[in-house]
Design a protein around this ligand. Sequence first.
Ligand code: NAD
Length: 304
Amino acid sequence: MKKVLVCDPIAPEGVKMMEDAGFEVDARKGIPPEELEKIVGDYNAVIVRSATKVTEPVIKAGKNLELIARGGVGLDNVDQAAAKEAGVKVVNTPEASSRSVAELALAHMLAVARHIPRGTAGMKAGKWEKKKLKGTELMDKTVGIIGIGRIGRTLAGMCNGLGMKVVAYDLPEALSSLTEDYIERASSLDDLLAKSDFISLHLPKTPKTANMISSEQFGKMKDGVIIVNCSRGGVVDEKALAEALASGKVAGAGIDVFEKEPPEENPFAGMDNVSMTPHIGASTKEGQFRVGLAVAEKVIEHLS
Ligand code: NAD
């Protein structure tokens, strides 16, 4: 019987699916690295979320390991080179949380457009700033989506439903494979920056996308633009964004991801035109449930 070690919690339905498929599943939480190295040799597959690090020593100790399955997006916590060297397959479930992340990006757009952070802070401080909190509707505004993959397209559909115009920037091959006719394909990043009232980022952090939005790009945007980053910290230059917010060039921002998490010195801490969440884009009941099932499906597919 093949054995699966679940190192970070997944939905119990996912564990049951694997047991029903005939695997022996050990679900344990918070295994210290040295213990993981000792026990991993007994297993054919390990399942992790973002907490457990699957390092080279762990992979080398995994004499029977065939598969490392990461529930969610990103593989930063898995040593992929060591896995390749050892002939261990690595999979993830990026699609399972797209809806959750897209909904959070939309929530930040609405929160900033309607001054919810400042309204909440004011009410808690006993203020009634009714006259100062005139907001902006989303309808008929243009949202620029940078990175029109799984999450970007999901957000595009929701924004279209709200009566917004949608313009997208991505690599040429991604733009040409789009089928949605309501999405305008930006001719360049500058084209998107010039047209957008809201800008939402949905692309990975790579050497090419690090600080992709910095002082120069803020200068090319409309005055009073609203920026949302639910992708990865450091795709937007935090210092430049804080300056653009302080100068009023950017009217507000919604931020779920930070250059350092948690931030040591949060440059937005004193700004009431910023809506912030602690990297919770994928954290919904439904998203977690789908991740649990998707990761179980991948294990069954690869070990059967
Ligand atoms: P995806 O791979 O489906 O889409 C990413 C898009 O970015 C692709 O279309 C790709 O072509 C584009 N892209 C990559 N490099 C580019 C470049 N240099 N210039 C222009 N476009 C480029 O990914 P996804 O599932 O939609 O995820 C998008 C981002 O959201 C990722 O960074 C992911 O890590 C992040 N994410 C965040 C959370 C959260 O909790 N906030 C959760 C899940 C995913």
